[in-house]
Design a protein around this ligand. Structure first.
Ligand code: ES4
Ligand code: ZN
Length: 375
């Protein structure tokens, strides 16, 4: 793959290729002498500072860690090997994935388990130049089987605090309600979360989308906003554009998670553009769950061209074959993204995050310096 891009002034700002220099024509060598640096798209994506805004911590549970934690908790897994779990990651739809995801999450028992899971993810995120990560967790998946809310939040929180100190990564925590359960269960969960207001920045909505519209959670989201939480919701992944509209109008969300199907409704897309509502898109998730049949047909480029504030994220990386860099790379290659477009996606991630302006500006400056260095 070769890829060139030009800045707003028409000047070539960056060049990358995975074709070795020695294989190029003489004419081409002259061309590259006019740019300062040659770099592969892999290295450009790997090095670019970015924020992760759509990541389920339970979805980072790698099979190796599953066996380790199952062993120490004396839990018997229905799978006998790591390969068997990886083979089970051949999903036809969202529900097939959710069945495996909830089985995996069912191994997590002690505070230490939640700590180890979160720490492993944050080490990985730092290795991929993630400066800031907004992490979803599903308390009902755990409280529903007798694990205390405090066990979950304390384990995740301690790993966040240690990673902030030792690895320098910034994080925020987002509590997701399970939309296939009823609103009263979500309300009970919200009441527990009120005691942890300082550790949880927002509430969201995940799990099986079809048949569970955002309107079902009108009251609990209203209460959450009154308590000072920001709100987000999964929408338009398997569900229709009307669910994205409901999330905006009824749940008054600040961001839409996925949002692919907003393109089916022109007026809705227009409103998302006008209000600069971010969409946290997850390319490898969409491919693995058959939301798109080929990455070349992923709507990300169309979304960008439409003027939507889109970001690239990993969703459930242990199950979908890649973390954030693999997601960037998959769309960069399939959609022939330019360096400038990759830069825009990283910039969007900082613009769309829930940090205060001064913190966002610091990260944007780091990103801008990265771009300058590669011009
Ligand atoms: C999820 Cl990909 C996806 N969609 C909806 N809910 C989820 N929970 C975890 N991953
Ligand atoms: Zn998700």
């Amino acid at each position: 793959m070769t890829c060139q891009s030009t800045g707003g002034n028409g000047k070539r700002i960056y060049y990358f290729s995975d074709m070795p220099y020695r294989f190029r024509s003489a004419a081409f060598r002259v061309t590259i002498l006019t740019v300062r640096k040659e770099m592969s798209v892999e290295d450009f994506v790997k090095g670019i500072p970015k924020a992760e805004l759509h990541l389920h911590i339970e979805g980072t549970f790698e099979p190796e860690l599953m066996f380790k934690i199952a062993g120490r908790n004396n839990v018997r897994l229905q799978y006998t090997s790591i390969e068997e779990i990886r083979e089970a990651c051949n999903f036809s739809n969202l529900q097939e994935f959710l069945d495996l995801y909830y089985t995996g999450a069912g191994i997590l028992t002690d505070e230490e388990d939640f700590y180890d899971l979160t720490w492993a993810y944050l080490e990985k995120a730092v290795s991929q130049n993630v400066l800031h990560s907004e992490i979803f967790f599903d308390p009902q998946t755990h409280t529903g089987r007798g694990i205390a809310f405090s066990t979950v939040v304390n384990g995740i929180h301690k790993a966040r605090a240690d990673a902030g100190e030792k690895l320098g990564i910034s994080t925020r925590l987002i509590l997701c309600f399970l939309r296939d359960l009823d609103e009263s269960a979500a309300m009970k969960t919200l009441e527990e979360a009120l005691g942890y207001r300082d550790r949880i920045i927002a509430v969201g909505l995940d799990s099986a989308e079809a048949g569970n519209p955002p309107s079902k959670f009108h009251e609990v989201f209203k209460r959450a906003r009154e308590a000072g939480f920001l709100t987000v919701a999964h929408g338009g992944e398997e569900g229709p554009a009307t669910y994205v509209r409901e999330a905006l109008e009824i749940l008054k969300v600040s961001r839409i998670d996925h949002g692919n199907h907003c393109l089916d409704d022109d007026e809705l897309a227009e409103e998302l553009v006008r209000r600069r509502i971010p969409l946290t898109v997850c390319p490898l998730s969409n491919l693995r769950l058959k939301v798109v049949d080929r990455m070349e047909r992923h709507p990300l480029r169309r979304m960008m061209e439409r003027g939507l504030l889109v970001t690239v994220n990993s969703d459930d990386p242990a199950y979908f074959g890649g973390y954030i860099n693999e997601n960037y790379l998959a769309v960069a290659k399939a959609l022939n993204l330019t360096a400038e477009e990759i830069y825009t996606l990283a910039k969007n991630s900082f613009e769309a995050c829930f940090l205060e302006k001064s913190q966002k500006d610091k990260m944007l400056k780091t990103l801008h310096e990265y771009k300058k260095k590669h011009e």
